[in-house]
Design a protein around this ligand. Sequence first.
Ligand SMILES: Cc1cc2nc3c(=O)[nH]c(=O)nc-3n(C[C@H](O)[C@H](O)[C@H](O)COP(=O)(O)OP(=O)(O)OC[C@H]3O[C@@H](n4cnc5c(N)ncnc54)[C@H](O)[C@@H]3O)c2cc1C
Length: 365
Amino acid sequence: MRVVVVGAGIAGLTAAWELLQTGGVDVTVLESERRAGGVIVTEQVDGFIVEGGPDGFLGGEPELPALAKELGISDHVVSQRARGTAVWTGKALKPIEEGQAAALLGIDATGAAVAAGFRSFANGMGEPVTALAQRLAGTLRFAQGVAGLVSEGPRWHVAITGGSAHDADGVVLALPAYSAGRLLEAVGVAGGRALGEVVYLPSITVSLAYRAEQIKAPMGGAGFVVDPNIVPAQDPTPLPDNVPLHIRACTYSSAKFPGRASDGHVLLRAYLGPMDGDPAQASHAELAAILGIRGQPLWSRVFSWNRGLPRYRARHAEHVAAVRHRLSRLPPLAIAGAGYDGAGVSACVRSGREAARLIARAMAR
Ligand SMILES: Cc1cc2nc3c(=O)[nH]c(=O)nc-3n(C[C@H](O)[C@H](O)[C@H](O)COP(=O)(O)OP(=O)(O)OC[C@H]3O[C@@H](n4cnc5c(N)ncnc54)[C@H](O)[C@@H]3O)c2cc1C
């Protein structure tokens, strides 16, 4: 039996891993980019660990630790060190509850989940991706964007951009909902197009490195969020030195997790909405005003996500359940990833595993 997993983000990699554990299945993972991980991007820069996408997972969630155990990297799971969050009121940083900070950023998490803190990996969130990619090395095919899906009797014909194709007994679409929606629509799945309407919000992360002595303000806790009421669009209150505000939050990365900066240095990560101009310059100017930073950053690294975190519409779960019900009438086909059952990394791992189990059960029938 042959299964094609489309997409090598964390959901697709986990689905492929779960299928290999099941045994007796030949798995191929097709990824349009030249690297695995999707939104998870970790870079090592001069003794710093820089995260472009997620920087951790909720400590109360069991999915990543369980996966790490299977991959033999349990001892690389690290817990959040600095705790506590502040809000930038426009004039000062004031401590707030962590649940309140998540709510200000529009993150949907219970107070209890946030209270457990975050966890990550010693070498960043890319570590489980690298471990999975190593285990799946023989199955991964890069620069293989899937352009079409056709059912042929009890099997699937998966067409790749450029002309080649793969035949499969089962398919897992571990793609953003807008990509999966297009493929499902072409297969004639009612509601497929609606899945494609899940909005993925644009965002930018900017990592900036400083020498510790450049920062004057005492940096308590793991970071701060900016009170949305002082974002320029609503109320153009300037910072003390008249710098307009673009950042929505800042993580003190080197305080939050161990090993993120070399000795005597600080790594900050700003989180911004879409903007005109240079996000690195804007982040530095605003952080300099808030944290009393002297001089320029040693370097900065910008990651722009044109389509970042999905925001579900009303009755999202109902739509997804209806689509899944329709898929159950086709040859084995499952959807997985951030677009459906939760956008956090843990939810994507869970979703990938569930899709793999569903395909294995459907093929066994
Ligand atoms: C800036 C940012 C910060 C975040 N922070 C956190 C955090 O701290 N904690 C947390 O838990 N979550 C966080 N998230 C959310 C989480 O990282 C993502 O939701 C999750 O990683 C998505 O995984 P995925 O596998 O579903 O999708 P993706 O990572 O999007 O993977 C999909 C893959 O499919 C590939 N693909 C697309 N189209 C095709 C095609 N036609 N053919 C073949 N391949 C294709 C893509 O190239 C990609 O590799 C964050 C997200 C963002 C954007």
